[in-house]
Write a protein that binds this ligand. Structure first.
Ligand code: LLP
Length: 415
């Protein structure tokens, strides 16, 4: 979606003050472009929306773990939500203080737990009783002080979102059941090397109402009521962004208002990913060919599911717009926007209203800052695109990751 940073100036698409065409002319396509200004605006907006609670914000690195993005967010005073030792490593590389990292994830290996303990990460969000035992044992083995833990509760709440990104219903693989949380808390003296001081929930991503979150918070509060030393409440991520103009989503202020009365007495942690980076980014692609198949017009572009898998995986919608707008009144048609990958699912959009454009013309896939490059692959042996950041003042751009080469494609292989 267009916004203050991703916008048209006299019929030409800009990222802040930089013409998108000028970046593509220099680097080619596909290319991801991120507005760091928009990232910081989103962070400030979230802080304001939860103002009274003064939450600790731990950016969910899985949404976009590019060093330049992480660095900008860390410098603005946020911490990191990491789900692997790789994400912890990248967070530390950009100067995140270890105590500002929460380590989450449903299947942390013992090696990952050991690494996180050695690095002194601030919180472990625990999702398994054996994992809690591993942490307890490793703390002793490494001769560390007791470490801080939040139990991730599965509150058995159905999140209002796509089934692939809902995580809070009882059959989901995520979290500990209500009964297990209660049992662990009742028997916590069995784990002398951990301090269970927090509760964690995350019921899903791109949440379409605040009520499910409110209910999940209530369930969690009920579990921790008897334990006055549990003072930290991590409500996860999940705040939605608008992918199309008619998508009805709660405002971030609505999330703040829904939970503030319940959590006034707690230190609140948020783990926003998408809400910080999605609408700060775009994927810029070029038209290769057009054709009409079965009566339906198709634009074949150099961007594919390898660079943005969300439409293929979740039937997600992204707005796709021309970088140079056609003159007013030009006829438009509903196009399928597809890529070169050998899969019928390889599309970036369907029924996208666009004017007739010539091969070589640029299109921008919007709201593509989150879960795009982060989920990109080399499928069909496609080198992954470069990433560009437009500086916080909006005036200049720089390469944040170079385009992969054919050498990169073979660098780890042995014949
Ligand atoms: N915290 C936890 C424990 C999570 O599992 C997630 C996302 C987040 C925070 C951040 O959620 P966000 O604020 O970004 O909604 N690939 C999917 C989204 C997967 C989300 C996984 N967990 C997509 O492209 O829609």
């Amino acid at each position: 979606m267009l916004n203050n940073s991703i916008h048209y100036i006299q019929n030409e698409l800009y990222c802040d003050d930089v013409p998108v065409q000028s970046i593509a002319d220099e680097l080619g396509t596909p290319v991801y472009i991120y507005s760091l200004k928009r990232v910081l605006d989103n962070l400030a907006h979230i802080r304001a929306a939860f103002g009274e609670l003064n939450p600790h914000i731990h950016y969910s690195a899985k949404a976009n773990a590019s060093l330049a993005v992480l660095h900008t967010i860390i410098n603005a005073g946020a911490g990191i939500d990491a789900v692997s030792s790789g994400e912890i490593y990248k967070a530390l590389r950009v100067g995140t203080k270890p105590e500002d990292i929460v380590f989450a994830g449903v299947g942390k290996t013992r090696d990952e737990l050991r690494y996180a303990l050695e690095q002194n990460v601030g919180w472990f969000n625990v999702e398994n009783v054996l994992e809690l035992q591993h942490i307890n044992d490793l703390v002793a083995e490494l001769k560390r002080q007791p470490t801080r833990v939040a139990l991730r509760l599965n509150p058995d709440i159905i999140a209002p979102t796509h089934k692939h990104i809902a995580t809070g219903h009882k059959a989901a693989k995520f979290g500990l059941s209500i009964e297990t949380v209660k049992n662990v808390l009742a028997n916590r003296s069995q784990y002398p090397n951990v301090r269970i001081e927090g509760i964690h929930i995350h019921i899903g991503s791109q949440l379409h109402d605040t009520e499910a979150t409110r209910q999940a918070v209530m369930v969690a509060l009920d579990c921790i009521k008897p334990y006055s030393d549990i003072r930290t409440f991590n409500i996860g991520g999940g705040m939605a962004v608008r992918y199309s103009p008619d998508e009805a989503i709660p405002r971030w202020e609505d999330f703040g208002a829904a939970i503030t009365p319940l959590l006034k007495d707690y230190q609140v942690i948020l783990e926003p990913g998408r809400s910080i980076i999605a609408d700060a980014g775009m994927l810029v692609i070029s038209l290769l060919y057009s054709k009409v198949q079965g009566g339906e017009p198709i634009y074949i572009t150099d961007g594919s599911m390898a660079e943005l898998i969300r439409p293929a995986l979740y039937e997600a919608h992204h707005e796709i717009v021309p970088v140079i707008q056609a003159s007013a009144g030009s006829p438009q048609k509903a196009y399928h926007i597809v890529g070169p990958v050998c899969e019928s699912a390889d599309a970036l959009g369907h029924n996208i209203q666009l004017p007739e454009i010539e091969p070589g013309a640029l299109l921008a896939v919007l709201t593509a800052g989150a879960y795009s490059m982060a989920m990109a692959s080399n499928y069909n042996q496609r080198p992954r695109p470069p990433e560009v950041v437009v500086a916080e003042d909006g005036q200049s751009w720089r390469l944040a990751r170079r385009r992969e080469t054919w050498e990169d494609l073979t660098a780890t292989e042995i014949i």
